[in-house]
Ligand binder design. Structure first.
Ligand code: KIV
Length: 335
C-alpha cells in the first residue's frame, strides 16, 4: 500500500464481539482520518509572506508583479505554491466557479464563502477580493462595511472595486480605515450594461484621457494598486508611467507593472469551443487531462481493473477463515 495513503489512516482496534454462539477475536480495521490532508502535506511552504511592502518593492525594482485568480481551496493552494505574489478572489468566480451568466449575480455571502476557502489555502501570497456589485456603490459607509467583512469574515488583505474618479470618496473611506484598496478601471465588467458590453476601453483620445483622469483620481484617493482591463497597450503604458502606484494589467499589454489572468482560463480548464477573450493565453490543458483521467477511471471500473490489489487493505488469513465459518450462520440469523 502506498505510504501516502497510510498517512491518512489510523488503525482502530474493534472490540471483542460475539456473533451467534461464536466469539470473534478483535480485528484491526482502518478508520479514515482525513480523505485529503487539507494543508497539502506534500508542500512545505518556504516563501515569506507577501505584504504591501513586498509589492511596493517589486514595483520600485520594476519587476513585474504576478497575480492570478482563485476561487476555492485547491485553486488558491496551487497559485500560492506556484509562487504567485498576489491571489485575487475575483468576482469572475460567478461564472467560472458558480456557472452564473455574469458577475452581477454573485452576492457578498457567496464571495465570503469563496474568500474563506482561498484564505485557508494561501500561506504567502497577498490576497485581494472583489467587492461584488451592490455591496459598495450606495455610499462610502456601505463600502467600508463590506470591506471590513472581507477582511474579518473572508480573511482577505485588500479589496478591489470597480470604477474611476466617481469612486474616489469610497476609496478614501476604505483606505483611511486601514484596508488597502485596488481600483479597477478600463473595462469594468460589473458596469457592462452601461458600457454597452465587454468593449475595449481607452481606444479614442477622449477615452484615453478619461482613463488617465480615473487612474490619477483613484491613486489620489489612496488606491494602492490600479487594475487596468482591456485597454490598448500604448495607453496602459502611458497611464502606468504617470502613476506612482503599480498597475496590474489584464488585456492591456506588458507595459503595466504586473499581470493578472483568470486561473480557469489560463489553465485551459474548459471544453473546446468555449469563448475566450483575445488576451487570454492558455498555459495548460487541465480540461483535457481531467477528461483523460476520468475516462480511464471509468474504463477500469467497468472492466474491474480498478481497484487492483495495491489499492485495497489486507486481512489476515486467520481472521478471514474465522469470518467465513460464520457467514452462513449470520445469514440465517437475519432471516
Ligand atoms: O473578477 C476577476 O477575475 C477580475 C479580473 C479582471 C481578473 O477582476
Amino acid at each position: 500500500m502506498a505510504t501516502r495513503a497510510l498517512n491518512y489512516l489510523r488503525p482502530v482496534l474493534r472490540n471483542n464481539c460475539t456473533i451467534g454462539s461464536r466469539h470473534i477475536s478483535p480485528i484491526k480495521t482502518w478508520a479514515r482520518y482525513s480523505s485529503h490532508s487539507p494543508m497539502g502535506s506534500t508542500t512545505t511552504n518556504t516563501r515569506k509572506k507577501v505584504t504591501i511592502q513586498t509589492i511596493q518593492s517589486l514595483y520600485k525594482k520594476n519587476e513585474p508583479i504576478t497575480v492570478l485568480t482563485a476561487s476555492d481551496f485547491p485553486s488558491g493552494h496551487v497559485a500560492d505554491s506556484a509562487g504567485m505574489e498576489i491571489v485575487l478572489v475575483g468576482d469572475s468566480l460567478a461564472m467560472v466557479a458558480m456557472g452564473m451568466e455574469d458577475t452581477n449575480e454573485v452576492t457578498m455571502e457567496e464571495m465570503l464563502l469563496h474568500c474563506r476557502s482561498v484564505n485557508r489555502a494561501v500561506k504567502s501570497a497577498f490576497t485581494i477580493a472583489d467587492l461584488p456589485m451592490g455591496s459598495y456603490e450606495i455610499s462610502p459607509e456601505q463600502a467600508l462595511t463590506s470591506a471590513v467583512r472581507m477582511v474579518k469574515e473572508g480573511g482577505m488583505k485588500c479589496v478591489k472595486l470597480e470604477g474611476g474618479a466617481e469612486m474616489a470618496p469610497t476609496i478614501a473611506k476604505i483606505s483611511q480605515a486601514g484596508i488597502p484598496v485596488m481600483a479597477h478601471i478600463g473595462l469594468t465588467p460589473q458596469r457592462q450594461h452601461s458600457l454597452g458590453g465587454f468593449r475595449v476601453q481607452g481606444k479614442s483620445a477622449a477615452g484615453a484621457v478619461k482613463l488617465l483622469r480615473d487612474a490619477l483620481a483613484v491613486q489620489k484617493a489612496g488606491a494602492c494598486m490600479v487594475l487596468i482591463e482591456a485597454v490598448p497597450p500604448e495607453i496602459a503604458t502611458i497611464v502606468t508611467r504617470r502613476l506612482s502606484v503599480p498597475t496590474i494589467g489584464i488585456g492591456s499589454g506588458n507595459g503595466c507593472s504586473g499581470q493578472v489572468l483568470v486561473q480557469v482560463d489560463m489553465l485551459g480548464n474548459f471544453p473546446a469551443g468555449r469563448f475566450l477573450p483575445k488576451f487570454v493565453k492558455t498555459y495548460a490543458d487541465v480540461w483535457g487531462e481531467a477528461r483523460r483521467g476520468i475516462e480511464a477511471y471509468k474504463k477500469e471500473v467497468k472492466s474491474r481493473a480498478f481497484p487492483s490489489e495495491e489499492f485495497t487493505y489486507a486481512v489476515s488469513k486467520e481472521a478471514l477463515e474465522e469470518f467465513e465459518k460464520v457467514v452462513d450462520e449470520i445469514e440465517c440469523e437475519s432471516q
